[in-house]
Design a protein. Sequence first.
Length: 255
Amino acid sequence: MTSEPDLGPGPAVDHPGLSLTVLGCDGSWTGPGGAGSGYLVSSGRTHLVIDLGPGTFANLQRHLDPAAVDAVFLSHHHPDHWTDLHALDTHARFVLDRRGIPIIAPAGLAERTGLDRSPSLEWRPAASGESIELGGLQLTFSRTDHSFETLAVRVEGADRSLGYSADTGPGWSLGELGSGLDLVLCEATYTRDHEGTAGHLSARQAGEQARAAGAERLAITHRWPTIEAQAVATEAAATFGRPVEQAVIGKEFVL
């Protein structure tokens, strides 16, 4: 008989600098072995989860004890960005006996998830133009060009900065997150052949936007599983003007 692993609360990991670890990066639906949008951002002893799409909670546990999660930011209402909040909530109740995990999200999302009354979660509304501090991180939000209220975020910590586009069409610009971004994590859902079909950015548009914003590095994410990865990367690099990086489950970007 094998014993169950100890998943109880543990000490927070002291992570120098600012890093982003990919928990999931499939766009709109998950491919075989994939996971929806989800990212772990760490600086010092502060650990923020950005989006919690399907499959991301399992991947989170490969990198961090869930007891060490300080807060979750959910960018918008579409389920491919939040359904594993149910897993986080269940784990918090039955394993950690934890209450009041801060969930930062646009208005109305709490009710949509059905977890608005969970004692394990503390919902904190976020809106475009607002900034909040979370431990060693500062978060600033900008509303994108997407259905429902969708918030991109600039995250600053340890004298570094990263920008996350969330989901957006071309009517919003990465420049809205400000200058001096060391890394931009931008959706590149498909190639230019699909532009205008689903309210997302193509790789061509992502590269153009990152270049215009003066981003130091560009990592592309939210690719539809049916779109060839190399085609997206090649197209983004052509307009960015230099090589781009791709989000892959488990990949860590250190700033």
